[in-house]
Design a protein around this ligand. Structure first.
Ligand SMILES: Cc1cc2nc3c(=O)[nH]c(=O)nc-3n(C[C@H](O)[C@H](O)[C@H](O)COP(=O)(O)OP(=O)(O)OC[C@H]3O[C@@H](n4cnc5c(N)ncnc54)[C@H](O)[C@@H]3O)c2cc1C
Length: 437
């Protein structure tokens, strides 16, 4: 490759960015993928890390490992903080260097979304969300620690608060997490404690919407709610959360005491719209053209959760399939421009359907006119999720873990790992070391 090869910069190594990079594998271009983390994360299984089914390493892979055989691709770990559209460069910082400019000929922004607390950012301190591997591991630590604290607590009146788990948001993440948590406390933990009965734990799933899984049909939504209730989950619908603090939550004027609240409600797009100073929708997602470019800037593409595009009069949903199909499309369009082929027609999303799992061996599946719930849907859910994991080794490892968990009830990772758990060196020891030097 000569140094005059066009430079394609992709920001984000999630579903959209990675699909774009792969679509450019045969393009005579230099491709640079920048991500703030070193790994591609399979977010749909984050709840399984939070509920101890899987380990972090089973749902994430280093991006440079995925692209190791793609010789035209370079992976950089850094935080993009802005885009200079006139100079055609992105601004990147890392722990070592600040505000480095990286020039591009074509730019793909695939920076995803983070949590939205609907204007109540003060909730974040008490109700962490579930978006990154660190979030999932923090949630797992918190859940496991609640049981440890309850076992150590002699006063049984305090067990109730410690063993009440509240999930705010009854979309797919909240429902999946509530189901997995219910199985965890009623099955996996049942023989592990002496002073407390883990099965007595209270799991509350709350949402202001009138039903769970609002994006599914009413029939499937009802089936999911019935299943959750059968698993012992209390489903509170139709009321917003008024307050979240260190003591728990207040919903519809009623306080529920809890030490573990997890936010699985709204998402907010990345600040790509601000970097570009481009038109956004009400949620802040960048409004893009039918070829996924930013109006007036055919060299800049925005894909996935941080983009806003209508199809058949409705905005496309923030799901992995949209991000992957858009990433692939943007890669192909850039390829055709570089090699001089005619461009593909406008982007069109092909909806393969949507699923959510509710506890062991039960899922709901909606695809076109097909609506099913139960064990068959769960098998389809498992097959699809395995298929979309980033590498064969992850597929094998997750498959085996699921079989083991299904058969034995045991889970993959129940360790409470505090990153600051080694005792600090006390002053006298430090002094002694200094004196000996
Ligand atoms: C808990 C959870 C469960 C989900 N379950 C499902 C499901 O079952 N099915 C489904 O279809 N979808 C699901 N989704 C949604 C799906 O994961 C997203 O729609 C999809 O990840 C969007 O892809 P993306 O490429 O736009 O963003 P992402 O996959 O989020 O990737 C964005 C990437 O950009 C990087 N990044 C962000 N900002 C910067 C920056 N400033 N500088 C450098 N790098 C940056 C991030 O580190 C990340 O790697 C779920 C999401 C969550 C959080």
């Amino acid at each position: 490759m000569t140094h005059q090869s066009p430079h394609v910069v992709i920001v984000g190594g999630g579903f959209g960015g990675l699909a774009a990079a792969k679509a450019l594998r045969k393009t005579p271009a230099k491709v640079t993928l920048i991500d703030r983390t070193n790994h591609h994360l399979f977010q749909p299984l984050l709840y399984q890390v939070a509920t101890s089914v899987l380990t972090g390493g089973q749902i994430a892979t280093p991006i440079r490992n995925i692209l190791r055989n793609q010789k035209n691709a370079t992976v950089l770990m850094g935080e993009v903080t802005g885009v200079d559209k006139d100079q055609k460069c992105v601004i990147v910082s890392d722990a070592d260097r600040q505000n480095v400019q990286i020039a591009y000929d074509h730019l793909i922004l695939a920076t995803g979304a983070s949590h939205s607390y609907f204007g109540h950012n003060e909730f974040a301190e008490y109700a962490p969300g579930l978006k990154s591997l660190a979030d999932a591991e923090a949630a797992r630590n918190k859940i496991l620690q609640a049981f440890e604290l309850a076992e150590a607590e002699e006063d049984p009146s305090r067990h109730r608060d410690l063993l009440t788990f509240i999930l705010v948001g009854a979309g797919p993440t909240g429902v999946e997490m509530a189901g997995a948590l219910a199985i965890f406390v009623r099955n996996t933990l049942k023989s592990d404690f002496r002073r407390i009965d883990p099965a007595s734990a209270r799991i509350v799933l709350a949402d202001m919407a009138p039903r769970v899984l609002g994006s599914f049909s009413e029939t499937l939504s009802k089936a999911a709610k019935q299943r959750l209730e059968k698993l012992g989950v209390e489903v509170w619908l139709g009321h917003s959360v008024d307050l979240i603090d260190a003591e728990g939550v207040v919903i519809a004027g009623e306080r529920i005491a809890s030490k573990t609240v997890i936010w699985t409600a709204g998402v907010a797009p990345s600040p790509a719209g601000k970097w570009l100073n481009a038109e956004t929708d009400r949620a802040g997602r960048v409004r893009i053209e039918k070829d996924l470019t930013v109006p007036g800037h055919p060299e800049i593409f925005v894909v996935g959760d941080t983009a806003s595009l209508d199809q058949n009069g409705k905005p496309l949903p923030g799901v992995a399939q949209v991000a992957m199909q858009q990433g692939r499309y943007a890669g192909k369009l850039i390829h055709s421009r570089i090699v001089g082929n005619p461009p593909p027609g406008p982007f069109s999303y092909f909806d393969k359907g949507t699923m959510a799992v509710v506890g062991k061996g039960f899922a709901v599946l909606q695809s076109w006119k097909v609506q099913v719930s139960g064990f068959g849907a769960w098998l389809a859910w498992a097959a699809v999720h395995l298929q979309f994991l980033a590498t064969s080794s992850l597929r094998l490892s997750v498959f085996l873990q699921w079989i083991w968990t299904y058969v034995s009830g045991q889970r993959g990772d129940r360790l409470i790992v505090s990153h600051h758990d080694s005792a600090p060196v006390s002053t006298p020891v430090k002094e002694a070391v200094r004196g000996a030097a």
